[in-house]
Design a protein around this ligand. Sequence first.
Ligand SMILES: NC(=O)c1ccc[n+]([C@@H]2O[C@H](COP(=O)([O-])OP(=O)(O)OC[C@H]3O[C@@H](n4cnc5c(N)ncnc54)[C@H](O)[C@@H]3O)[C@@H](O)[C@H]2O)c1
Length: 300
Amino acid sequence: MGKLDGRVAVVTGAGQGIGAEVARTFAAEGACVVVNDLGASLDGSDNEGTPAEEVTREIVAVGGKAAANNCDVTDHAAVKNLIGQAIDEFGKLDIVVNVAGILRDGMIFKMEEKQWDAVIAVHLKGTFNTIRHASEYWRGHRGGEYRIINFISGSGLWGAPAQPNYAAAKMGIVGLSNSCASALNGYGVTSNCIAPVAFTRMTAALEGKSTVMNYSASNEKISTRNVVPPVVWLAAEESAWMNGRIIQCGNGRIGLINEPAVEREVTTQGVWDLDVAFEEMNTAFKEAVVYPNPFRKPQG
Ligand SMILES: NC(=O)c1ccc[n+]([C@@H]2O[C@H](COP(=O)([O-])OP(=O)(O)OC[C@H]3O[C@@H](n4cnc5c(N)ncnc54)[C@H](O)[C@@H]3O)[C@@H](O)[C@H]2O)c1
């Protein structure tokens, strides 16, 4: 028995990298999968090949159920058809996994408008597009165990310096995901995020350069296969109680990120005197800001 028997999923960006691994594992666990991928180059400026068809053929060749879709996730109307394709071909839709992504890195003071717009469009608008259309279907078909699983990044959680567009898009997805967790739970939907790490074309440039992780094709621990377990778990019915959270995974680890919480607080009974507020914040907050952020110098 598979962990996703009888379930139907749409996985965007499933033509290679993490998305392909998710699609293959979902199918191996009994799900019917619509494999979406535009075949975009890493920066999204060109289209290369037909990776959605290739992954679909691979799945079908080993007895799985899959259908290919080549739409651009930034195209609102085309994504409506993507959601419709799952329902037409497999009879329903249970799971949407938003993996599609591109990179156009640059420091904020050099970033061009089109670098910003392209990255926001694929990640943030693309994620909105699938959720928008899927949630309309779920609202009309209550009683299911529906799942939204959104790929985000440590780049946004901790602030990668040369990725302001990507970091902003990913944290925009966190807000979107949290809003959906609140809005859609009454319709049987959970909405969670995955912050992965894996060796793919997106991280290939870090090979031999990272002091934190051994990015290399020969390091099995950082393979895309180590991202998949929490994605399958979130997609399965048994994780119904998990909603509105972020799971960080990859490199052999699966971690639950904490909820936003007030870490330190200073209070006044009346209206703050500016000097008093400065002094209290300097004292109370400084000791709270000492934990290491991988992208920043230690605080003084
Ligand atoms: N690899 C990592 O370590 C890492 C770390 C943090 C976050 N992520 C995120 O995980 C996800 C998968 O990353 P990956 O490393 O597998 O990347 P990848 O480049 O290997 O795969 C991304 C896929 O998305 C597709 N895609 C791009 N634009 C599209 C569009 N407009 N419509 C449809 N498909 C489109 C591409 O064709 C590609 O197949 C991304 O959202 C990425 O931002 C990855």
